[in-house]
Design a protein around this ligand. Structure first.
Ligand code: SF4
Length: 666
């Protein structure tokens, strides 16, 4: 029995260090690495269950081909030859963009970026832009700051106040929760703003309930009060910002009475928050949910603006933390992905990929190649996704398990888990350490790494020399940019984790990456992309404010938050307790509809319906229903049967939470 250092590959804020025990060529236990500077030996159940995922009897062991509606085992040679021949024919007949590469981030890892290299060397395919998960917020921060950077985790010790805005850190960012517990003991004031009274709210000094989709209006109210009380940071605004007059004009459009009515937040809370934000370093940690609305980008921009107006940008203990693109930006992704090899290009947004497939002409989409994703479960408007993915001549899915997407495929190619290949792991969401993961065990059956699949396919397609590198050489290519800072594969193999060279207090020199070099209340980047750069008074598209007829028919807001025990859809099939739909409803709905705990309920709108067991939320904003995302069709179906596939206001995010539904007891 031997214990090795390793790392979590799941798409998560925390990017934990692992200690993995191997016995007789089998992973038998996954634990936390106590020496990891941020994650300090604590990991969550999702990470621990990577052992179960690796050893599961449900792993796909051989390449599969669907013949007359039934999967048959075939050889790798047959699978790769037939897929390569189809790709050659498509390229010759109509061009390479008739292939759609549908990807996501279910498994992180530096070398997962080699899928882009493969498709670029093929000649360029139809690619996806934006992100279902965090796209609106990332784009919003690029408009305001020039990029989306976060303060280092330890900087929280410099904060007088911590505002957790829409992020349930207990569920999704457990090491931030550990820091919250530490700073609370030192007297730091912790405030949680969220429509749901979640586990993080329980430990906070104060909790503010806000109407879903109205977080930006709440930020306007706090800025309005701050300016009324003359608490704004005039020096920062004067010296380092662009477009303040536009912001003032927006703030003056609403009275306090209107803001209170729109947000359902009491008038005195605006005064309290105005004093909090101006009383000393205040850091804000943003969650992902509030940017999953039609007005999601604008919402994040308004909270960024609150950080700027109160002077909490570029100072220790301050910041508006969303993602941390400095982390992923440390690697030489271009050297790995070779974008210059693309001869043709076309893109769909990730959210509207199904519509893109159904409407594509010149060329139409003939093949979809899915890597690191499960779009049948995760992409909004499931019915349309099913229709689109069923409509193409060839669907190829690379996965470890027979997911909903794999079930629909023509070819399923079995791939490795994190413990079956060497790679580097990092997350561009929270901390700035890169972790090393060694190959610990052999993959089962004939499962192969993604890199092996690309290498063999590239040989059959005539560009084998582009993959004529060892795994070690590819990792070294990705590390080129940080080698001079002493970050090498050799050191990572010895030391297991290293800090990447990032700014731990972003924008401390007050030089922003925007075209003006300033923090932009009026975004010039937006203007160059064809959007209006002004901050707006904007609302969710599915609400009584914007669509009264729809709101009469479907009066409740549906949220689809991240599950506690599964990483998106990745754990439902291995945890029996998750294999039914839990419909969480606010107590006012339960009373109105005479629904009791565990009653079977039907949740529906024009896009679809779902059946599940009612669970009554004792404390939340009114008129709210939540169904956790990621459920498999064989266990009741994905919440995305109900969600819309519209894009966010800045084009690059989803609107999953901008969703009205009704409910009935069955
Ligand atoms: S899922 Fe996140 S918190 Fe859990 S072990 Fe992996 S990185 Fe850590």
């Amino acid at each position: 029995m031997t214990t090795y250092k390793s790392a979590c590959s799941l798409n998560c804020w925390d990017s934990c260090g692992f200690e993995v025990t191997v016995e007789n060529g089998k992973v038998i236990k996954v634990d936390g690495d106590k020496n990891h500077p941020i994650t300090k030996g604590k990991i969550c159940g999702r990470g621990r269950m990577l052992e179960t995922r690796t050893n599961s009897d449900d792993r796909i062991l051989y390449p599969l081909k669907k013949v007359d509606g039934v999967f048959q085992r075939i050889s790798w040679e047959q699978a790769l030859t037939e897929i390569a021949d189809t790709m050659k024919k498509i390229k010759n007949d109509v061009g390479s963009t008739a292939v759609l590469h549908s990807h996501d981030y279910s498994n992180s890892g530096l070398l997962k970026n080699l899928d882009k290299r493969f498709f670029n060397c093929y000649g360029g395919v139809t690619e996806l832009t934006g992100s279902i998960c965090w796209g609106a917020g990332i784009e919003a921060q690029k408009w305001d700051f020039g990029s989306a950077w976060s303060h280092s985790p330890e900087d929280i010790f410099n904060s007088k106040n911590v505002v957790i805005w829409g992020r349930n850190v207990v569920r999704t960012n457990m090491h931030l929760y550990s820091y919250l517990q530490e700073v609370k003991k030192k007297g730091t004031n912790i405030i949680v703003i969220d429509p749901l009274f979640n586990a993080t709210a329980k430990m906070a000094d104060s909790y503010i309930s806000v109407k879903p989709g109205m977080d930006g209006i709440l930020a306007i109210g706090v800025m309005k009060e701050m300016i009324r009380l003359e608490l704004e940071d005039r020096e920062f605004i004067h010296q380092y910002t662009h477009g303040y007059d536009y912001l003032l004009a927006l703030i003056n459009q609403l009275t306090f009475e209107e803001i209170v009515n729109l947000t359902n937040v009491p008038r005195e809370t605006f005064t309290e928050l105005a004093y909090v934000y101006s009383s000393g370093p205040t850091t804000t940690y943003l969650g992902l949910g509030m940017q999953r609305y039609s007005n999601g980008g604008n919402t994040i921009r308004l909270i960024d603006a609150l950080g700027a107006v109160s002077g909490n940008i570029g100072i220790p203990g301050g910041g508006v933390n969303f993602g941390n693109l400095q982390v992923g930006g440390s690697f030489n992704i271009e050297a790995l992905s070779l974008p210059e090899r693309k001869k043709e290009s076309r893109s769909f947004t990730m959210m509207s990929q199904a519509e893109g497939v159904l409407k594509a002409v010149n060329p139409d989409i003939r093949m979809i190649f899915v890597t690191c994703g499960n779009p049948l479960t995760q992409v909004p408007n499931t019915k349309m996704v099913h229709k689109a993915f069923s409509s193409v001549e060839t669907l190829v899915v690379v996965d470890q398990f027979m997911t909903d997407t794999a079930e629909l495929a023509d070819y399923v190619l079995p791939t490795t888990t994190v413990f079956e290949e060497e790679d580097l792991y990092y997350s561009s969401m929270y901390h700035h350490y890169v972790n090393y993961g060694k190959k610990l065990v052999e993959p089962p059956g004939q499962a192969k790494s993604d890199l092996w699949i690309w290498t063999e396919l590239s040989k059959k397609l005539g560009f084998g020399e582009d993959f004529d590198f060892s795994r070690e050489e590819f990792i070294n290519l990705g590390l080129q940019n940080v080698n001079e800072k002493g970050i090498t594969l050799e050191r990572l193999r010895n030391e297991n984790h290293l800090p990447l060279p990032v700014d731990e207090v972003p924008w401390h020199d007050f030089k922003f990456q925007t075209p003006t070099g300033k923090y932009e209340f009026y975004s010039t980047i937006a203007a160059t992309k064809g959007y209006d750069g002004e901050l707006k008074l904007s609302f969710p598209q599915e609400s009584s404010l914007t669509n009264q007829e729809l709101a009469r028919k479907y009066p409740y807001t549906l949220l689809s938050i991240h599950p506690m025990r599964s990483n998106h859809s990745q754990h439902y099939h291995i945890i029996e307790a998750l294999q039914e739909i839990k419909v969480e409803i606010s107590i006012d709905i339960a009373k109105m509809k005479d629904i009791s705990q565990n009653d079977t309920v039907r949740v529906y709108n024009d896009r679809g319906e779902l059946y599940g067991k009612a669970h009554i939320l004792q404390r939340s904003h009114e008129n709210i229903i939540n169904i956790d995302e990621g459920q498999w069709s064989k266990f009741g179906g994905s919440v995305n049967l109900l969600t819309p596939d519209r894009e966010s206001d800045n084009g690059l995010g989803s609107t999953l939470y901008d969703c009205l539904v009704n409910i009935e007891k069955k």
